[in-house]
Design a protein around this ligand. Sequence first.
Ligand code: SAH
Length: 280
Amino acid sequence: MRPADVVRRATAYLERHGVESPQANAEGLLMSVLGTDRADLYARTEGLDARQARLFGRALCQRCAGTPLQHLTGEQAFRRIRLEVRPGVFVPRPETEMLVELALAALGPAEDPVVVDVGTGTGAIALAIKHERPDASVFATDVAAEAVELARANAERLGLDVHVLEGPFLGPVPGDLRGWVDLVVSNPPYVAPETYADLPAEVRADPEEALLGGLEIYRELGERSSGWLRDGGWLAVEIDSTQADAVTGLLAHDYGEVRVERDLTGRDRVVLARRFPGDP
Ligand code: SAH
């Protein structure tokens, strides 16, 4: 059977088992097993060998049982880079690409900006920013040792010079950068405990500490970032669509300008806050 036919049958199988986006999942799993890209997958005429068929069959079963696609393929595309992912570290989401877009726009053309990504996980935000703004000095922090290790491995593999540091908020960033940071960016754990139980099993496959948070983390991010930012520097955070008013309210204490941006589905998704001279 040609790989294209394998995809067709696997798509039907995943669909019957209620897997969302069955074709993209079937393609993703087969590309991973064959070590190839989408164009080649459909161009190939030779079938799978016995080992590939066994691996693919097992991956399909695991996918139906709720294992996230990225844990089976071991990677996730994020903007223009591919990141290694591992169970135990949050898998970057497509929504977060917009946070990077807005953060890059906020940086503007000024050369050699200093950027800090708080709660970096795989390193997604920090690495995408360094990739698209090579002149930036980029720091990334995380409290989880597994995340720090993975983010460093991703940085090395991608050949991107990002300083990944273990510790909370901006704590591990070199102190002489106080007052010199152009941008603090973060997609922190923001799922409220009361909605956690309702999340799909696949989302709960990410570590609880990477998901569970709430408003408190934004208050701390706002307070702890302001002393590091230069005048006119930005704080950019991803939020849950229900948190926009609360987060803008919290940040309005320390920042002169606060605005909310919506994602493509019209939901509030990112809050940008700018530190003005004379802000506390
Ligand atoms: N920004 C990444 C990861 C998001 S998950 C992405 O978008 O893909 C949130 C991450 O924040 C987790 O890796 C968690 O370990 C980390 N974290 C939680 N509290 C933190 C804190 N106070 N300081 C730094 N990192 C924190």
